[in-house]
Design a protein around this ligand. Structure first.
Ligand SMILES: [Fe+2]
Ligand SMILES: [Fe+2]
Length: 279
């Protein structure tokens, strides 16, 4: 088992060292610059062919719901906007580092993305793509923990199974931090906007969101619904309760919820996670 001091050192390393590859860092910086055009960003992504193929697959995946096939990266950048593209480039690179045993977490994330998109569109939200991207990235902290601290994963699983507690509590017990803290550090490093940052950091405590409470509430609900459908594996088998404040904020009726669940069954059926994962 990993020693306490070694664990502390590794957690500090997660805090300080960006885990993202150079090209992602470059794209993240580029989209901050006001003089950048969609074509410029498309060109940089295209330099890395594997990354480009993955980003295009994500753009064309059913959770964005574009009717025609999008074959050009710059067109995708125009349609989705810089922030969503930044999120997609990050997820394409970070999820790729996951081992095969963690495929359930990828499914959970893709499922949450599809559901978040369904909720956003059902509510007539102006930027459903952004919410879907926040859904895709919501557990990115878990991905980083799995990559950086693989030796701790079994310990977390054992606590979840023995004590029947959510993953979040097991993380606190073993690490003293949770995947939400990791998400917070990463978002600061990557300079993600509040619309992505807050759902990633507060999806388990949506009442704490200050700048993007609506997006956070949608991702909070998406995480619960995808778990309730038994789709993918979010790290434990439990379905959390819907937070009262988030539920009020969303203003959904039971009929709305039924309609969302019916729609998400269709969407989840269409999402081919394997195809999205293996480029
Ligand atoms: Fe989570
Ligand atoms: Fe989750």
């Amino acid at each position: 088992m990993i020693s306490a001091s070694e664990l502390q050192r590794k957690i500090e390393a997660i805090k300080n060292i960006p885990t993202v590859p150079g090209i992602v860092q470059k794209i993240a910086e580029m989209v901050e610059s006001p003089s950048m055009s969609a074509a410029d960003v498309g060109k940089v992504i295209a330099q890395d062919q594997v990354l480009a193929a993955k980003v295009l697959r994500l753009i064309n995946s059913s959770f964005y719901g574009f009717p025609g096939r999008i074959s050009s990266l710059s067109h995708g950048v125009v349609l989705l906007g810089f922030n969503v593209i930044k999120g997609l480039v990050l997820s394409a690179s970070v999820f790729d580092m996951l081992s095969d045993e963690m495929a359930g977490l990828w499914e959970h994330s893709v499922g949450a993305s599809a559901v978040a998109g369904v909720i956003a569109r059902h509510r007539g939200y102006a930027e459903p793509e952004e919410v879907a991207t926040a859904g895709l990235l919501h557990d990115i902290g878990k991905v980083i923990l799995a990559i950086e601290l693989p030796e701790v994963m079994q310990q977390l699983d054992a606590i979840v199974a023995a004590k029947r507690v959510p993953r979040l509590l097991a993380e606190t017990e073993v690490l003293g931090i949770t995947h939400c803290h990791v998400a917070h550090w990463l978002c600061a490093k990557w300079n993600l906007p509040a619309a992505l940052r807050e759902p990633l950091v507060f999806h388990h405590a949506p009442q704490q969101a200050k700048f993007a409470p609506e997006q956070t509430a949608m991702v909070h609900l998406a995480n619960i619904l995808v778990r309730a459908r038994g789709y993918g594996h979010g790290g434990d088998p439990f379905v959390p309760k819907i937070n009262d404040q988030a539920w009020q904020l969303l203003g959904l009726s039971m009929d709305d919820l039924d309609a969302i669940v019916a729609r998400l069954d269709v969407e989840l059926e269409r999402v081919n996670t394997h195809d999205l994962f293996s480029v």
